[in-house]
Write a new protein. Structure first.
Length: 201
C-alpha cells in the first residue's frame, strides 16, 4: 500500500510516524514518511487496521479500515491511502508533573517527555513553545516565577534528550490563564498544567 500524508491544504508532511494496529492479530506496523510525505507498507490481509498518527506529544486515532482476504488466485494491486490532518495548535501534557511548589520534574513524567523529544528530533524543523501554568494559590509573582522555571525545566529536559535548542521556547504564565475554577481542588489541579504550543512547522 502506498501511504500519502498531507496537511489540510494538501501539503506533504515529511518525517511523520504512522502506526497501523491490527484488530485481530494485534500486530503493529509503523511507517515513516519521506520528504514527499510518502511511504510503502505491506498490511497482511484478513484483518482490520486502526490508523494512529503521532502528533506533538500525543496520538490521533485517525480512522480504521479493512484489508479483506482475496479470493484464491487473486492478487491485490497496490492501493493508495491518503491521510490528511491538521496538527493541533496546542495540547496539554497531562502526564507531566512536578514536585509541589517546585520545578523538579517527577520521574513519572519522563515517558511522555521522551516521546515528545523523539517526535521533535524526527520532525527536525518543527518549533514549539512550552508554557507553564499554575493555580491561584500563592502570590502572582511567585506563581509566575514557578511557571517559568517549570517551562524551562521541560525545555532543558527535551534539549538533554537531543532536541536542538533553537526549536523550543519556554514561557511561564503563572495564574493568568486558568481553564477551570480555582475555587475547587479539581479546578486547581486542571490549572496546574504544562502546555505545548505549535510555533511553526
Amino acid at each position: 500500500m502506498n501511504v500519502v500524508v498531507t496537511n489540510k491544504a494538501g501539503k506533504p508532511i515529511a518525517n511523520d510516524k504512522i502506526t497501523f494496529v491490527a484488530t485481530k492479530s494485534k500486530l503493529e506496523i509503523v511507517g515513516i514518511t519521506n520528504e514527499k510525505g510518502h511511504f510503502l507498507v505491506h498490511l497482511p490481509a484478513g484483518d482490520e487496521y486502526a490508523i494512529k498518527v503521532e502528533v506533538i506529544g500525543d496520538e490521533i486515532d485517525y480512522n480504521t479500515f479493512e484489508v479483506p482476504t482475496p479470493p484464491p488466485g487473486a492478487v491485490f494491486n497496490t492501493r493508495t491511502l491518503e491521510i490528511r490532518y491538521a496538527l493541533p495548535e496546542s495540547i496539554v501534557l497531562e502526564d507531566v508533573h512536578f514536585a509541589s511548589g517546585r520545578y523538579t520534574i517527577q520521574s513519572g513524567s519522563y515517558k511522555v517527555l521522551d516521546k515528545l523529544a523523539e517526535y521533535l528530533i524526527r520532525k527536525k524543523t518543527l518549533k514549539i513553545r512550552v508554557e507553564g501554568h499554575t493555580d491561584s494559590d500563592g502570590s502572582e509573582i511567585s506563581n509566575k516565577t514557578l511557571s517559568e522555571n517549570r517551562a524551562k525545566a521541560v525545555k532543558s529536559y527535551l534539549e538533554g534528550k537531543g532536541v536542538p535548542a533553537g526549536l523550543i521556547e519556554a514561557k511561564g504564565l503563572g495564574e493568568e490563564k486558568p481553564i477551570e475554577d480555582n475555587s475547587t481542588a479539581s479546578g486547581k489541579a486542571k490549572n496546574r498544567r504544562t502546555e505545548i504550543h505549535l510555533v511553526s512547522e
